[in-house]
Design a protein around this ligand. Structure first.
Ligand SMILES: [Ca+2]
Ligand SMILES: [Ca+2]
Length: 100
């Protein structure tokens, strides 16, 4: 086993985590659906990324929401979320490669 094969279980683990994360927050508010409203996204970021968003960072949070909402329908669907996490994964991978 080498390279890619070793990476796949890790990636699967990360994906499962993200699915759990998404589902946990997507079902919070009264829309009760499987997408993230702006408030739910903000909760997710606060809960999972701590200081990333604060009340004073509303403009940043709005911008981030708009970036995630690729089809501009006002909610973050799981597809929107996956595009984000895929790019996040690549970003983190790029960072860790640079460090090594
Ligand atoms: Ca929701
Ligand atoms: Ca959307």
């Amino acid at each position: 086993m080498s390279g890619l094969l070793q990476e796949i279980p890790q990636l699967a683990k990360v994906m499962n985590l993200l699915v759990d994360l998404f589902n946990k927050h997507a079902k919070k508010d009264e829309d009760g659906d499987d997408s993230l409203s702006k408030g739910e996204l903000s909760d997710l970021l606060k809960a999972e990324l701590g200081e990333f968003t604060s009340a004073s960072d509303k403009a940043k949070a709005d911008k981030f929401f708009n970036q995630l909402d690729a089809d501009k329908n006002g909610t973050i669907s799981f597809d929107d979320f996956m595009v984000f996490t895929a790019s996040l994964h690549m970003l983190l991978k790029g960072l860790s490669t640079k460090k090594m």
